[in-house]
Design a protein. Sequence first.
Length: 131
Amino acid sequence: MTNQIILSLITIFCIKHFVVDFLLQNKWQYSNKHILGHPGGYFHAWLHAFVTFGILLSFSFPLNTLILFRIAFIELLIHYFVDWAKMNISMHYQWKANTHPQFWFLLGFDQLLHYLTYVGIVYYLTTLIVQ
């Protein structure tokens, strides 16, 4: 995999994350992510995985589609549980954006984990695809 493809993937994943996490997420999704198994949280994570799967397919990697689906599904699991944990921690401590600076630390850590997930995905793809 070339450096250009690696940089393109990371850039596209960053843009995808902004769009799905901030532009497409509605109250039904974000207000229920603390409830394990609630459809709102699942929908949000599935949307991330669906778009990731589409991105991976669009690059026409010489890989089985099932491998790409598994990568997207792993992102779904990571995204779901990172968000679930973030919401439960902020609710437990009653951290709010306008009252507690810890809220912003937690949000930043949540975003860091999501972006590191994309780095992990790209790294894994580089191990599967011979340059």
